[in-house]
Design a protein around this ligand. Structure first.
Ligand SMILES: Nc1nc2c(ncn2[C@@H]2O[C@H](COP(=O)(O)OP(=O)(O)OP(=O)(O)O)[C@@H](O)[C@H]2O)c(=O)[nH]1
Ligand SMILES: [Mg+2]
Length: 309
């Protein structure tokens, strides 16, 4: 048996592996789907738009196939420099993939960004799969109409209708992807589920709590970095993170009255990081004003984004 093969008992089957890029408008449910398919939280999710900022790889094994999902930032009309970097990164993810999955929020349909993405997809050479998500929210007649309209615009290999939230239709999608990817050795060790270092995932989790708790412009004006990570003798870990905001007024909102907001964010983040690490966590959050972090190449590098000129 070579390392490309696995003993299934009855016969020897070659392994398969490959990269699947999930692209779509912001808020379509890409990160929710990746987490569901990987079976663990690797990418943060919120009800707000533009939650994911850089490509996150979530790794799943289905039968003898290792599927590396690339969760990408939602595609939308960029305004700020960070927006441009996010959208460029999303299309960059598509370039590197064996298969492209376009995720559409069926409730929103082709309105807005989805239509422009379909247009741009026409020039993408890889095989493309259409996935209509959030079917728990729409009538089946509407789904069929949407599937027909999207298939008219782009030639998709297959169409799936799923709910990333409750998992319906997801097994069919996985069955298909597992056989559609090419034969070859696995890219990652069997037990690896993400390529994100723990320090960065911990910063992302804090950013998710910030997105969930704070409103209006603040989530978009903020950025979280893990600055210190200290394993302690008693088995706990001490983590220090900095929340960067752009203005003093935003710092006040992030802290909240009597520190109420930052305390709630910190408690929620600590609980989740501790569950993932399976060890007690002491989390210290600091809010710093850095006026132009959105134009600072160093911050982009930290996020895993190229800095657009
Ligand atoms: N009802 C319903 N809600 C869903 C489903 N999938 C995702 N959502 C919700 O849609 C919202 C956006 O989900 P995300 O996974 O963050 O979407 P995204 O495409 O990664 O968004 P960006 O990272 O901003 O591009 C969240 O509130 C999810 O809970 C679904 O199948 N049904
Ligand atoms: Mg996302």
């Amino acid at each position: 048996m070579t390392d490309k093969e696995q003993d299934t008992g009855a016969e020897t089957t070659a392994t398969r592996s490959g990269f699947v890029a999930l692209i779509g408008a912001t808020n379509a449910g890409k990160s929710t789907l990746v987490n569901h398919l990987v079976g663990a939280k690797v990418s943060i999710v919120s009800h707000k738009v533009q939650t994911t900022r850089a490509i996150i790889r979530g790794i799943a094994i289905h039968d003898n196939t290792q599927i590396v999902f690339m969760d990408t930032p939602g595609i939308f009309k960029p305004r700020r420099r960070l927006d441009r970097a996010m959208v460029t990164s999303a299309w960059g993810g598509a370039k590197d993939a064996d298969l492209i999955v376009l995720l559409i929020d069926s409730e929103r349909g082709l309105k807005g960004d989805a239509e422009a993405i379909l247009e741009a997809l026409k020039d993408v050479p890889q095989p493309k799969i259409l996935v209509l998500n959030k079917i728990d929210r729409v009538r089946s007649e509407d789904l069929l109409k949407l599937a027909a309209a999207a298939n008219e615009a782009v030639s998709f290999e297959r169409t799936f209708m799923i709910s990333a939230l409750n998992g319906s239709g997801c097994k069919d999608l996985m069955d298909y992807l597992a056989t559609a990817l090419p034969e070859g050795p696995w890219y990652y060790p069997e037990d690896q589920i993400s390529d994100l270092p723990m320090r960065q995932l911990a910063a992302e989790i804090t950013r998710e709590k910030l997105f969930l708790r704070l409103h209006q412009e603040l989530p978009y004006a903020s950025h979280v970095e893990t600055e210190k990570w200290e394993e302690r003798k008693d088995g706990s870990v001490r983590i220090e993170q900095v929340i960067y905001v752009e203005r003093d007024s935003q710092k006040k909102i992030a802290l909240g009255k009597g520190g109420e907001a930052i305390k709630a964010i910190s408690t929620a983040a600590r609980k989740e990081i501790s569950e993932i690490l399976e060890q007690p966590v002491h989390l210290f959050l600091f809010v710093k004003v850095r006026e132009n972090w959105g134009d600072d190449p160093e911050r982009f590098r930290e996020m895993g984004l190229d800095f657009p000129k």
